[in-house]
Design a protein around this ligand. Structure first.
Ligand code: AMP
Ligand code: MG
Length: 351
């Protein structure tokens, strides 16, 4: 398949630049597009064929449901049932934005979109290009992250090209995305809302709007999947993973730096290629040239935004062993560490 690329400046674009993408979506094809979280791989959410094409292009297991992206609140009622006051309050507070809500699904949503589930995940993105694409096409867009299943999510168009070139119809290149980690997912089918995936919208932000919010116990387990199954099906799959063996080293920074420096010497002695994921503040403290700064500890947002790009760079440089500092920020720490632990296959050392 021939993949087209359309460059669009999110701050200044004309609707006509999205015409081709709208046509592709309307005729059942696949378009990768920027959102404020990561790039999405979009197809018609109400078409079973289009949903199946998404799974095929990504190599995604068919029981891992897709998020339906809408551009207007009234479209929610085409796909979701039993939307209550709490859900409406969350939508008022955070839509458009990086919050996905789970509801019971209507008949109109094919089971291939929801991975066979009777619930549906819905979000209204705030990225201007994403919103314009959904609104102008008139298509409700099922869109998982636009990466090959298992690889780090894409935060720029070149990541999408790496993974999906020749497998999809069109890529809209809108530059780097702002947030860099996927949306917060909240299950609204329970009496008390439950966070199924942490993200930019935190538990306390949700609680300010609706009172008590729970966290899926599987998210709190040291290693979910062993004795507990996550309620969001995607959380059980290995994800975001670089090809090398990633280890997260947690503890006081002094100790982390000296531990990693020791290990680097051992790898060097064996002729193995080892890399370090550090920060602006710590990068000069490692005895190797293979140190990559993920961002600054002064701005958690820069760490979230840099995470997937760094994990992809690890593959590009051929790192066989990767050691990462841990990032326990107040606001985004839970979301960042959730992704890093999955990328590391839960391989973490405390010192
Ligand atoms: P992605 O867009 O690649 O981040 O994947 C979307 C994630 O949303 C999946 O991994 C699922 O775990 C989650 N999800 C989508 N629909 C549902 C649903 N109906 N119930 C629970 N989790 C869902
Ligand atoms: Mg994904």
């Amino acid at each position: 398949m021939n993949t087209e690329i359309q460059i669009v400046n999110p701050e200044f674009f004309q609707d006509a630049q999205l015409d081709r993408a709208c046509e592709v979506l309307q005729s059942g094809g696949l378009v990768a597009f920027p959102t404020e979280t990561v790039y999405g791989l979009g197809g018609n959410a109400l078409s079973s064929d289009a949903a199946q094409k998404i799974y095929a292009a990504k190599g995604r297991p068919s029981d891992n449901p897709l998020i339906v992206h809408i551009g207007r609140e009234e479209d929610l009622y085409r796909v979701a049932k039993q939307v209550d006051g709490q859900a409406r309050a969350l939508m008022d507070a955070f839509w458009p934005g990086p919050l996905t809500l789970i509801f019971r699904k209507t008949e109109e949503v094919p089971e291939s979109t929801t991975g066979g589930m009777q619930t549906v995940a819905v979000r209204m993105p705030s990225h201007p290009v994403a919103l314009a694409l959904i609104r102008n096409s008139g298509v409700l867009i099922a869109a998982p992250s636009a990466n090959t299943s298992g690889r780090p999510s894409p935060t720029k168009a070149s990541h999408v090209q790496e993974d999906l070139w020749g497998r999809i119809d069109l890529i809209i290149d809108g530059g780097r995305v702002g947030i860099g980690i996927e949306s917060t997912i909240v299950d609204m089918t329970e009496e008390i809302p439950v966070i199924l995936r942490p993200g930019y919208i935190t538990k306390s932000m949700l609680e300010d709007v609706v009172g008590e919010v729970r966290i899926d116990p599987a998210l709190l387990a040291e290693e979910p999947g062993k004795d507990m199954v996550a309620k969001a099906p995607g959380m059980k799959y290995r994800h975001y993973a670089p090809k090398g063996r990633l280890t997260i080293v947690e503890g006081a920074l002094e100790h982390v730096v000296s531990y990693i420096n020791e290990i680097l010497k051992e790898h060097e002695g064996r002729g193995e290629m080892a890399a370090v994921i550090a920060t602006e503040e710590s990068k000069s403290r490692y005895g190797t040239s293979c140190v990559y700064s993920i961002g600054s500890r002064k701005t958690e947002g820069s760490i979230a935004a840099g995470l997937y790009d760094i994990l992809r760079q690890m593959d590009a440089v051929g790192a066989e062993y990767i050691y990462a500092e841990s990032f326990q920020g107040d606001r985004l720490g839970a979301a960042i560490m959730n992704r890093m632990l999955k990328a590391a296959g839960y391989h973490k050392i405390n010192i």
